[in-house]
Design a protein around this ligand. Structure first.
Ligand code: TXA
Ligand code: MG
Length: 316
């Protein structure tokens, strides 16, 4: 676990333009000083991330927001009041202070204040906003423990270990339009919760370019992943691992990871990436099968992760 001296060391690394992996409440981030383009470039390099996929900037207090964005939108403060610190990223018009590398040349920047004490302390101690994508190789399974980070990024300068993350999937990303908000990525904060603060804009079309990092394939395990359906149910289960939610599909599988004893979708979110990592690393398992859930509330975010993880493995 981290202690203050670790955070001090990590902050020193950030100030020196190096990379630090750190826990947030969602997944581990791969952080660098957001205002130092040389440091930000190292993120893209280590992650093997294409330069068209913009980074989220993490802040520790609302005062940092004003310097990073242009204009003052009251709705941003209303949303921040309700959801920050927490797993909500807002895409806003960027100020000239934000390097183009961070936003992949877009006029907007994604910003969030993470709900994790170590992350907040790191940002505060560094004295700068911290740009951070999830701390995995591009396109692969997101990390929810320090060990997951180490597995994919063994050469990273420093990892702050804060144990397993409490939310488990990435932040909800929204963009504000004249009419309200649009969702660019689903997360644990749902449309319904956001709607209680700002109206949902179901009218303005989301340009494909407004969420450039949203690929069909993402979160991809190195082994075949199927979403359970009638076809996968008939497949040979003797080398298959089931990611189980309802408990109803479990018979015959070589191994079963039950993501929630109380059948709560929040637990599915907390455990989804860890379950994929576990089966990916398990020599007894050749195929993983994940149980789908209905696409309402948090179910939208779960199914988004499962579909993208399964995409490269889909049958033609
Ligand atoms: O929970 C999270 O958001 C985690 C933790 C570390 O904070 N971070 C994360 O970052 O998931 P990343 O890089 O894996 O995903 C960020 C995505 C990008 O792929 C992109 O689609 C979107 O955020 N994004 C960032 N800036 C944007 C912008 N200006 N406009 C549209 N989309 C943007
Ligand atoms: Mg990511």
């Amino acid at each position: 676990m981290s202690n203050t001296s670790n955070i001090e060391t990590a902050a020193q690394y950030i100030r020196e333009g190096k990379l630090v992996a750190f826990p947030t409440e969602t997944v581990y981030g791969l952080g660098a000083n957001a205002l130092n383009p040389m440091a930000v470039a190292k993120i893209f390099e280590l992650k093997e991330r294409p330069s068209f996929d913009p980074l989220i900037i993490h802040i520790a207090h609302i005062g940092q927001l004003e310097k990073l964005v242009q204009g003052k939108d009251e709705r941003v403060y209303q949303l921040a009041e309700k959801f920050w610190p927490g797993p909500l990223t807002m895409v806003l018009p960027k100020s000239t202070l934000v390097p183009d590398l961070v936003t992949s040349g877009l006029p907007t920047v994604g910003i969030r204040m993470p709900g994790n004490a170590i992350a907040l302390e790191l940002i505060r101690t560094s004295g700068c906003p911290v740009a951070a994508p999830s701390a995995n190789k591009f396109g692969r399974i997101s990390p929810t423990t320090a060990a997951h980070v180490k597995k994919q990024l063994p050469n990273i300068d420093y990892i702050l270990d804060g144990g397993k993350t409490s939310v488990g999937i990435e932040s909800t990303i929204i963009k504000l339009t004249d009419l309200g908000f649009q969702i660019l990525r689903n997360g644990i904060i749902t449309l319904e919760e956001l709607e209680a603060v700002v109206p949902f804009d179901g009218h303005t079309e989301i340009e494909s370019l407004s969420a450039p990092g949203m690929m069909k394939s993402h979160y991809s395990p190195r082994k075949r992943l199927l979403i359970a359906d009638s076809a996968s149910m008939n497949a040979d289960k003797s080398k298959a691992g089931l990611i189980s939610f309802s408990g109803k599909l479990e018979s015959g599988y070589r191994k079963v990871i039950r993501v929630s004893e109380r059948k709560d979708l929040k637990d599915y979110a907390v455990n989804i990436f860890e379950a994929m990592h576990t089966f990916e690393d398990d020599p007894d398992i050749e195929v993983m099968v994940a149980e789908p859930v209905s696409e309402t509330g948090i179910g939208k975010a779960i199914m988004d992760r499962l579909r993208k993880a399964a995409y490269n493995w889909r049958q033609a």
